[in-house]
Design a protein around this ligand. Structure first.
Ligand code: PLP
Length: 395
């Protein structure tokens, strides 16, 4: 019998992919399924970005590149970051990676080991906990609460830090709750972190361009006092509707860049070359497609929240970021996973049960509004009919 290491038995999963597969299977059987489960923009990658990749291939740019990305792309990221945050970072601290996920993979591998503790948001992106447990470190959940508009509480994060804490993972705007951390909370957290100089920070800012109403995205990069231990995760997937391109970027402290480069060489050699040229076009080209997409999301967000709040037993705070809503369904009498799966199988609506994002996700669903207004309205009508018919189903 072959014996893989125990970490592989501890790996978790991302149920959104299973829901997508099941929704596709049902649709192939002729069922009418509306997908509000998906975590990707329903827009096409802007044409000038696609053209840049095609041109790169035509120009013969199809070989290996530097492991950490081609110089013009790293420089384009540094310039983009300077414009957005006012912070100048040397391009050699920018790492180009195959998707946003790879930065969390690398960061958690770098700080996780048996005996270490890593703090992560719950509910939160499921891969954080999965990867922490893979390394043998202890995954310490930071509760993300509806009463705080799904922003983390700095005091709570700080109270969970122990001498064994090696890494704190933050995510704002957040998946799945769409919460956006206010500046005051980030200020308090950063001030508190000064008492814990050996704790690294992974700030997942992949939804940074998607903020609404009076919300403001504050990058952790704007705090010089923690810059020497901050890993910033971002990428093209959400902002430029490029999830399938597998293209992300991160900023690492100088002390970690060489370790990261070696990890990249060992793991994936480099990122797909034409995708890197597309990445330059995305950052340096017109941003109108991004602005239009965010404006469309904003409209749908309002439609989605209004419709959710009319459903029996459902209440939904107005989210300020990303393209998700996280309605509270406790009053329906349903458990979240049972409701999500019944809605898919019996009502033809794909969405994700809150527990797929952590134990504190019970009582919630993640509803993505990366779909047309008509589809959102039709899907939530179906949910309403289903809930009216099956109101008091047992948990
Ligand atoms: N971080 C968060 C919070 C996400 O929601 C996602 C994708 O859903 C990622 C990272 C990963 O992005 P990518 O598809 O670029 O790997």
């Amino acid at each position: 019998m072959v014996r893989p290491v125990a970490g592989f038995d501890r790996l978790g999963d991302e149920n959104a992919f299973a829901v997508l597969a099941r929704a596709t299977e049902l649709a192939a059987q002729g069922r009418d399924v509306i997908n509000l489960g998906i975590g990707q923009p329903d827009f096409r990658t802007p044409e000038h970005i696609v053209e840049a990749a095609i041109k790169a291939l035509r120009d013969g740019k199809h070989g290996y590149t530097e492991a950490t990305g081609i110089a013009p792309l790293r420089e384009a990221v540094a310039a983009h970051v300077a414009t957005r945050t006012g912070v100048t970072i040397p391009a050699d601290r920018v790492m180009i990676v195959p998707g946003g996920k790879v930065t969390m993979f690398a960061a958690i591998m770098m700080f996780g080991e048996p005996g270490a503790e890593i703090l992560y948001p719950d509910p939160g992106f499921p891969i954080y906990r999965s990867m922490i447990e893979f390394t043998g470190a202890r995954a310490v959940p930071v509760p993300i609460r509806e009463e705080n508009d799904f922003a983390f509480s700095a005091d709570e994060v700080l109270s969970l830090i122990t001498p064994d804490t090696r890494l704190v993972i933050l995510n704002s705007p957040a998946n799945p709750t769409a919460g956006v951390a206010p500046k005051s909370e980030i200020n308090r957290l950063v001030a508190g972190l000064l008492d814990h100089p050996s704790v690294a920070v992974l700030s997942d800012e992949i939804y940074d361009r998607m903020v609404y109403d009076d919300a403001e995205h504050i990058s952790l990069l704007s705090y010089p006092e923690i810059r020497n231990r901050l890993i910033l995760l971002n990428g093209w997937s959400k902002t430029y509707a490029m999830t399938g391109w597998r293209l992300g970027w991160s900023i690492w402290p100088t002390t970690l860049t060489e370790r990261f480069r070696k990890f990249a060489v060992n793991g994936w050699s480099c990122v797909n070359a034409p995708a890197q040229y597309a990445g330059i076009a995305a950052l340096e080209g017109p941003q109108t497609a991004v602005d239009d997409m965010v404006a469309a999301f904003d409209k749908r967000r309002k439609v989605t929240v209004a419709a959710l709040n009319k459903l029996p037993g459902v209440s939904c705070v107005t989210p300020k970021g990303a393209f998700y809503t996280f309605p509270n369904i406790t009053e329906t009498g349903w458990g979240a996973k049972a409701l999500a799966s019944s809605l898919l199988e019996r009502a033809g609506v794909a969405l994700i049960g809150g527990p797929d994002f952590g134990e504190l996700g019970e009582g919630y669903l993640r509803v993505s509004y990366a779909n047309s207004e008509e589809n959102i309205a039709a899907a939530l009508d179906r949910v309403g009919e289903f809930l009216t018919e099956h109101r008091a189903a047992a948990r």
